[in-house]
Design a protein around this ligand. Sequence first.
Ligand code: BGC
Length: 416
Amino acid sequence: MRSYLGTTLKAVAVLAATASFAAAEDVEVLHWWTSGGEAAALNVLKQDLEAQGVGWLDMPVAGGSGVQAMTVLRARVTSGNAPTAVQMLGFDVLDWAKEGALANLNDIAAEGGWDAVVPGPLQAFTKYDGTWIASPVNVHSTNWVWANKALLDELGIAQPTNWDEFIAALDTVKASGKVALAHGGQPWQDGTVFEAVLMATGGPEFYKAALIDLDPEALGSDTMKEVFDRMTILRGYYDDNFSGRDWNLASAMVINGDAAFQMMGDWAKGEFLNAGKVPDVDFLCFRFPGTQDQVTFNSDVFAMFKQGDTVSEGQAALAKAIMSPEFQVAFNKVKGSVPARTDVDGSELDACGQKAMAELKAANDSGNLFGSMAHGYAVPAAVKNAIFDVVTAQLNGEYDSETAVSELVSAVEISQ
Ligand code: BGC
């Protein structure tokens, strides 16, 4: 009897332990943060959750901008095995919401007062039909240039403020034998450069007409031809091995002083910081010349895939943790982005982060804040990929600028 009781007590103790473990349920997180800087930022999130007793099952899918991650996600959902939580961008979130795949986060959002603190342009992608369907972890912007300061100083190059100055700077670097522009030839990276060049060439109204409203007249215009001409000019400053290179390897070329500039979103800053580099001392961050007053943004959000009728405890913990003001500062300091809440104090961010926050606010106030086409915040994935196809083909010499313009018009039309 005594021993029976002993066994029973032991069993109860085990059950209790299991129950408390199960209450703080695991989350499986599908994401594409695999570069050095990205992984460092991801760790901030992982550790935050683990401190709350939530186990983290890592599902990394390498590939910049989530191109491969979105393919894996589709396969997982199709086979009835959706991950608990998924990193996503803009229109992809809305597409999954339309399919009814995402969990309703309204209770968590109401409790956290998200409506009042998440910027309006972002809520357009984190809410669907009035229902919160994603937790935004940051705001990135894409129209940046990253520069190796020592190399610029050595070559007597001042920070360029317009296209001509930029080209003159690139010429000086090229003549020195260093790589002028570090680039990775992958469609999403080509597209990231393209949207900045387009903004600089045509201005904000042209960006909106061409890449958000998909106006055939803007897409088929002489201005668009000039954008493609400029893409060809920039290609002349890439090194011979640019094709297929990952974006973080291009960042490393600037970090190591092998190249002077990289045009990339501010996740590149995460690589510089991860290498121990300091803004304004070791590297410069500035808007792509000619886009000083505009910001093209994207945001990483986490959407929870439905597991049952309500969100699981692990999913709720993750959604909540992401929106905590302290977490948003801690995470974004490492990631290179800025907080997705308007009410957090950015004074702990470094010089580039402070600049990013101020410029984001100014652009929003002046009507110059636009969703990034290349990173899912301007058009649905089908249209984005159609644009990428033309941009990459033109960059690689398959089309001259004039042909690229007409291909762009028809590709965009067919993809809608
Ligand atoms: C994401 C970033 C990521 C970058 C490179 C962007 O689309 O917003 O978080 O670091 O892609 O993978």
